[in-house]
Ligand binder design. Structure first.
Ligand code: AMP
Length: 463
């Protein structure tokens, strides 16, 4: 299927060609036509599936058509509309046409960037992010331009609503992105309040890893005869991401193993997950000393520091990002070939989100969990949740002393290659057949340039 077949506006098709997209992903194929029809949507799909475009392309399509209508108006009408849109007294609240709610600042910024990319050939559509951690005067300035699209985290949005800076009476489209996560983070009351401030006539699109439980009941309350689209099962499996477990005896064994794995020559960039913010700082410090270009990313850092670290990751200055769950949510850096669970996540859902930081846009990825012997039950819980077995592996020279962790699958060396697309048959899966890296003896860590911009030490100072 092509993007043309989805019936999208020519300016959007041009932007997609510019972006190098050749065909819609599964979620886009199903969601775009239904959304263009004006249907409400409930979509269960993972991050990495192309869900941002799934809700943004049909919305931009709608605005592009409105733009074309507008262009047909007389100059006089145009002037009046321009006044109504932007040249208004400062005290008038912003009246967005579309609102995207996201759980984290990083995801909001990513959605805004994607919107700019998809709307690059449209003249008037402007998207702005309204986020916690950003200075209020800057946000007032953004809002005073009366943008068509707001991408926001719930808490800060409520602040602006309460102070009369935003009026949702003209809202046409409401998107809840990663709704399950927003509920996990305790945003339910904020969401209810925001939804209640929008017109009942709006189109609502809800995206979530799951549509069960609390998310499902909220979803049904805020949508009207929604089309339900389930992409999650394939996404949950992350079939293009090879997963494995290495058992470790203690912290020193874990650190040695991590250092060794980070010298893998097939590794481009990696995210290492820790359980706490403090551990993220400590580990990033240690890795820097060991010669890796590492940086920490966690919720105690100021937004500016987080943005700089993410930019340094995107432009390759940082090779190893040591992150906590919330901070890493939504990170989309195509060169991330490896994800390491230095600590296992508390919830199996987070495991799925974590490993989804690699294998972006159809590439292959490798997700490795370093697990203490006592954590075997947690691995089982993840396996039950993902309905997949995660093979246990042993690296020559790094064998755990305890025998309880004998590998469940004997694995042969092979040639795992990151970066190959799905279309190139790059579905490595998790079977024990080829698709396995060569394990070598430990080698000295590379001496990298060493990212200095926001060193982990400075991120302590952010607290
Ligand atoms: P998302 O699930 O929205 O976070 O998107 C994951 C990644 O896939 C992003 O890097 C997008 O730029 C990319 N992407 C989205 N749709 C397509 C497509 N149809 N073809 C290629 N890449 C895509």
């Amino acid at each position: 299927m092509t993007f043309e077949a989805l019936g999208l506006h020519a300016s959007i098709l041009k932007a997609l060609t510019d972006a190098g997209y050749t065909e819609p992903t599964a979620v886009q194929q199903q969601a775009v036509p239904a959304a263009i029809e004006g249907r409400d949507l409930l979509v269960s799909s993972q991050t990495g599936s192309g869900k941002t475009a799934a809700f943004m392309l049909p919305s931009l399509h709608k605005f592009a058509n409105a733009e074309a209508e507008q262009a047909g108006k007389t100059a006089n009408q145009e002037r009046q509309s321009a006044r109504a849109r932007g040249d208004r007294p400062r005290f008038q609240p912003a009246q967005p046409k579309m609102l995207v709610l996201t759980p984290t600042r990083e995801l909001a910024l990513q959605v805004t960037t994607a919107t700019d990319k998809y709307g690059i050939h449209m003249r008037r559509v402007k998207a702005v992010s309204i986020l916690g951690g950003m200075p209020y005067p800057k946000q007032m300035q953004l809002l005073s331009r009366n943008p068509e699209i707001l991408v926001a985290t719930p808490g800060r949005l409520i602040d602006h609503m309460d102070s009369g800076k935003i009026d949702f009476s003209q809202l046409e489209i409401l998107v809840l992105d990663e709704a399950d996560r927003m509920l996990d983070m305790g945003f339910i009351e904020d969401i209810e309040k925001i939804v209640a401030a929008t017109p009942a006539t709006r189109q609502t699109m809800l995206f979530s890893a799951t549509l069960d439980g609390v998310v499902g009941s909220m979803a049904r309350r805020i949508t009207r005869e929604p089309q339900v689209i389930q992409i999650a099962s394939a996404g949950n499996k992350h079939e293009n991401i090879q997963q494995r477990v290495h058992f470790v005896d203690d912290l020193s064994h874990k650190n040695r193993m991590l250092d060794h794995l980070l010298t893998d020559t097939t590794m481009d960039q990696a995210v290492v997950f820790t359980a706490t913010k403090r551990d993220a700082d400590t580990l990033a410090d240690r890795l820097n000393i060991a010669g890796f270009a590492a940086a920490a990313l966690h919720g105690d850092m100021h937004q500016g520091a987080r943005n700089r670290t993410l930019n340094a990751m995107r432009n390759g200055q940082v090779r190893v990002l040591v992150a906590t769950d919330v901070a890493a949510r939504g990170i989309d850096v195509p060169a991330i070939t490896h994800v390491f669970n230095y600590d296992l996540p508390k919830f199996p859902e987070d495991y799925v989100h974590r490993i989804g930081r690699t294998g972006r846009a159809g590439r292959n990825g490798l997700a490795i969990s370093l697990v203490n012997h006592a954590e075997g039950m947690n691995v089982k819980r993840i396996e039950r949740f993902t309905k997949q077995t995660i093979p246990v592996d042993v690296i020559e020279g790094f064998e755990p002393k305890k025998t309880a962790s004998a590998p469940r699958s004997a694995r042969k060396p092979g040639g795992w290659k990151p970066g190959a697309g799905r279309s190139a048959g790059g579905n490595a899966g998790n079977s024990a057949k080829p698709g396995q890296r060569t394990f070598s003896k430990p080698s000295a860590p590379r001496k990298e340039g060493g990212y200095k911009g926001d060193s982990p030490r400075r991120s302590y100072g952010d607290r």
